[in-house]
Design a protein around this ligand. Structure first.
Ligand code: PAF
Length: 301
């Protein structure tokens, strides 16, 4: 191959580090060189949605650091920590292709050096205990705890989170604002399959029969927002969505209509038309043993 051509397609090799010292060494060198650093935290088993976060990060910074850590403190005792899919080789190849510069893949003792029994935990009031938090006690404390650690370790200028877990995104925004962390939080649109199903590592647990059924969640979110635009009150919309999901074979945790900036407050009574652009519909529902979450904002309906 012509040298100039091969050079123009050359992507620097993805570096992989597992210790705090080697992470800091790389990041400090970039910072000294005046480079802007973006961070994409993940739990691995990466799919196109994750790679879109890396692409977005790359467009906004000189360097992109991704992390892969299946965080035990955000899983409840009966949740899927043990079966959470782990695909390190495919993740590395995908990150390399997406242009990620550095992968931080710590062991549990790097993240929690004093042991899981002695973790300093962070709790975000309000947001942690509603919607998914009401059904997964302790989950968001675990998320806040690990994200704060990761941000302290990487010290990025910018961190990118997907909108699919809107509650997580808003919780992290709150954490960053309340603790005055020097990082910008950027959100990326939800990546969807052709039938509207939000991409998720957990989709692979759906059976062949369940997979087409799963797209019903996205349709239901659209119907909830349509009903809101027709003037139906939130409680009626939420109740109808729960019935619809059950009829379609789901076991829903919630179907909720909220203001995007106040996820912890239920909406009561008729909604003023000028407030409709703040609306977001959110669903968490099980199909068999697989728990799916999704949301749709007014602007995307
Ligand atoms: O969204 C996730 O993958 C995780 O909750 C996160 C933000 C990486 C923290 O473990």
């Amino acid at each position: 191959m012509n040298a100039a051509v091969s050079e123009s397609f050359q992507q620097d090799a993805l570096e992989i580090v597992g210790t705090l010292a080697s992470l800091r060494e790389r990041v400090v060198a970039w910072r000294v060189a005046g480079e802007r650093i973006a961070f994409v935290p993940t739990m691995g088993n990466l799919h196109a949605g994750h790679f879109a976060l890396v692409t977005r990060a790359k467009a906004r910074a000189d360097r992109v650091v991704a992390s892969i850590f299946v965080n035990p403190t955000q899983f409840g005792p009966n949740e899927d920590f043990a079966r959470y899919p782990r695909t390190p080789a495919a993740d590395e190849a995908g990150l390399q292709a997406a242009g990620c510069d550095l992968l931080f893949r710590p062991d549990v003792d790097v993240m929690y050096p004093f042991g899981l029994e002695r973790v300093v935990r962070v709790a975000v009031p309000g947001l942690s205990s509603v919607l998914c938090g009401a059904h997964r006690p302790g989950h968001f404390d675990g998320v806040a705890t690990v994200v704060l650690r990761l941000l302290n370790m990487v010290r990025p200028d910018l961190a990118v989170f997907g909108r699919k877990d809107l509650q997580q995104l808003q919780l992290i925004r709150y954490l960053v604002a309340d603790l005055a962390l020097p990082v910008e939080i950027d959100d990326a649109p939800t990546s969807r399959e052709a039938d509207g199903l939000a991409m998720s590592s957990r989709n692979q647990f759906l059976t062949a029969a369940q997979r087409p059924m799963a797209a019903r969640i996205h349709q239901c979110l659209g119907e909830m927002l349509k009903a809101a635009s027709d003037g139906t009150v939130a409680q009626a919309i939420e109740a109808a969505a729960m019935v619809g999901l059950r009829d379609a074979g789901f076991d829903p945790d919630y179907a909720a209509l909220r203001f995007e900036d106040r996820l912890d407050e239920s909406l009561w009574g008729p909604l003023p038309v000028d407030q409709q652009p703040r609306l977001v519909a959110l669903i968490a529902a099980r199909l068999g043993t697989t728990r799916l979450i999704d949301n749709l904002a007014w602007a995307n309906r």
